[in-house]
Each structure stands twice: as structure tokens, then as C-alpha cells.
Design a protein around this ligand. Structure first.
Ligand code: NCD
Length: 304
């Protein structure tokens, strides 16, 4: 049985196939409207989410399937002390596939070992967020036409941002992808990413603090929010939260076809005046998130 724990669980060829299915779903939604009739998706979210949980639910419903689940640890038996392993054994009796988000790194992996149904990691602590990465790849591929030969700037909380960690590990598999990491000193990419992912694979990257200087070089700018819930103290969060604010003026420094991505939710890091810029792709990205999750559910349930 197949699960999705990390974007690397899929080969580049499997990813291409998944993205092709997502593009076909976008072009011919009616063809897929009953593909999951009679199937049930469980969304087990031990940590809050709007987009990821609802986009999974929307994806299953658009495939004709049904959904059940919980949206926070407080509203599940976790509040009574039940383990993830026990919960998933029970959920395996109720549903055909499960998307799980958990504040602890590795929790969906534990669930996977005890599960009789495919498990999708919908975000585990500061570790990985593979379906956001699939969304990001589909957005880049669909709007830019390629995943290779790009210079991507990742800006903001690169230490705690799991979407960043997942996206880096997925993108290094494509030719000539250059990374520019833009963050305050305290929020630089973790050492394991710098050493085990980038340096080990001879990937070109630089780390800078100032966004303005690198803006003209970028084909893509991936903005992120400062991850308040993963900070140890509120003062540090307050000091760092508005370190970067992407404004209309800053956008003038960028290429005419640079795209701005953001996994959302946005706090202050992109000024709302940027939303009308044709290069702002973050709401389209949320739409792609539904298509790719539809394609993923179909693939893991072996319905395509
Ligand atoms: C991201 C996440 O949960 O890590 N959001 C999402 O899934 N769209 C990013 C974030 O919370 O900042």
C-alpha cells in the first residue's frame, strides 16, 4: 500500500504523472465527478488548518466521495490520552484514506505503520508538508512551464517553515535550480538542510538578509509567514514578525514575469496592494492545491 510522508516518496516521473492528472482534472472536472463514489476520506487534524484540511475535503467531495474527521486535538480522543497508533487503527475501519496533520514531527509516520489505509502527511511539526509541495510544484509547472532552470528566492521563516523544507528537497531533483535564502539570522534554514540536502548534492545557493538586493535575480519568490506557534518566546516573534513586507515598491525591482508564491495564511509579509499585481500567484496556488489533492487521492486509492 502507498502512503505519502515526504515529497521524495514519489519519483520525478511519478510526480510528472500526478501533475498531468491534476491538469486534466482542471480541464475536465466532469470526467472525475464520480471517480470516488462510495469512498471516504478521514481528515485527522491535531493542529489547526484552513486550507489544507478544507482543500482535502473539497478535493474528495469534488471526486464524489465523502469525508469525516476532526479539526483539532481537543475535539478528538487525543484529549482523553489516546495514542495516534490506536486512533489510526480505528479510523482504518471507518475510512478508505486518511490525511493527518500533527504538531509532532514523525507522527503520521507512526500512524502509517499501524494503518490499513493510505496515510497522507498533511504537515508534521516543523518537518515536512508534502502536499503543499505538490501544490507548489504544480503551480510553478503550470504557470512557468518548467521546474528546471529557475532561480527561486525563499523568504521569511526558513527555520520553522515546513513548506520551505519540503519544497527545497523536492526542487533539488531538477536541473539548474538555484536557491536564494532570504531570512533574518535567527530564522536561517536548519543545518541539516544546508549540509545534508544542499551541500551534499552540490546545489547552488546563497543566504542573504536583504530582500531588495536579490529581487532582480529571481524567477520565483516564495514568501512565508513567521511561524508564531513554533517560537519559544513571544518577544522574539514580535521582533521578527514584520522583518519582511513585500510591497508594490519592492515588486518594481523584480522581473516582469517573476511569480510570487505563498503557502498562506498570510499575516503581514505581503502587503494587500500586491494582490492585484499579475505576478501574485498565491490565490491561484490555493486553487491548484485542490487539483493536486484530487490527483493524489485518486492515485493512492489506485483509481487512475
Ligand atoms: C502552511 C503550513 O501549515 O505549514 N500552510 C498551509 O498548509 N497552507 C504554512 C503556514 O502555516 O505558514
Amino acid at each position: 500500500m502507498k502512503h505519502l510522508m515526504s515529497p521524495l516518496d514519489m519519483s520525478v516521473e511519478e510526480l510528472d504523472k500526478l501533475m498531468a492528472i491534476a491538469n486534466d482534472i482542471e480541464a475536465n472536472p466532469a470526467k472525475y465527478a464520480h471517480a470516488c463514489d462510495g469512498k471516504i476520506l478521514a481528515t485527522c487534524f491535531y493542529e489547526p488548518s484552513t486550507r489544507t484540511r478544507l482543500s482535502f475535503e473539497s478535493a474528495m467531495m469534488r471526486l464524489g466521495g465523502q469525508v469525516l474527521g476532526f479539526a483539532s486535538a481537543d475535539s478528538s480522543s487525543a484529549s482523553k490520552g489516546e495514542s495516534v497508533s490506536d486512533t489510526i487503527r480505528v479510523i482504518s475501519c471507518y475510512a478508505d484514506i486518511c490525511a493527518m496533520r500533527h504538531p509532532k514531527e514523525g507522527a503520521p509516520m507512526v500512524a502509517m505503520t499501524k494503518s490499513r489505509i493510505p496515510i497522507i502527511n498533511a504537515g508534521d511539526g516543523g518537518h515536512q508538508h508534502p502536499t503543499q509541495t505538490l501544490t507548489d510544484l504544480l503551480t510553478i509547472k503550470s504557470l512557468k512551464g518548467r521546474l528546471d532552470n529557475i532561480t527561486i528566492g525563499l523568504c521569511g521563516d526558513l527555520k520553522f517553515g515546513r513548506t520551505v523544507h519540503s519544497l527545497i528537497s523536492a526542487l533539488i531533483r531538477y536541473e539548474n535550480v538555484k536557491f536564494v535564502f532570504i531570512s533574518p539570522d535567527e530564522l536561517r534554514i536548519p543545518d541539516y538542510i544546508r549540509e545534508d540536502v544542499l551541500i551534499k548534492n552540490n546545489i547552488e545557493f546563497k543566504e542573504v538578509v536583504k530582500l531588495d538586493d536579490v529581487m532582480p535575480d529571481l524567477d520565483l519568490l516564495y514568501m512565508t509567514r513567521v511561524q508564531r506557534e513554533r517560537f519559544f518566546n513571544e518577544e522574539d516573534y514580535i521582533r521578527l514578525k514584520d522583518f519582511y513586507i513585500l510591497t508594490k515598491e519592492k515588486m518594481e525591482l523584480a522581473k516582469d514575469d517573476m511569480l510570487v508564491l505563498h503557502p498562506l495564511p498570510r499575516v503581514n509579509e505581503i502587503s494587500i496592494e500586491v494582490d492585484n499585481d499579475p505576478r501574485a500567484a498565491y490565490f491561484k496556488q490555493a486553487q491548484y492545491g485542490v487539483y493536486i489533492r484530487m490527483a493524489l487521492i485518486l492515485t493512492l486509492l489506485e483509481l487512475v
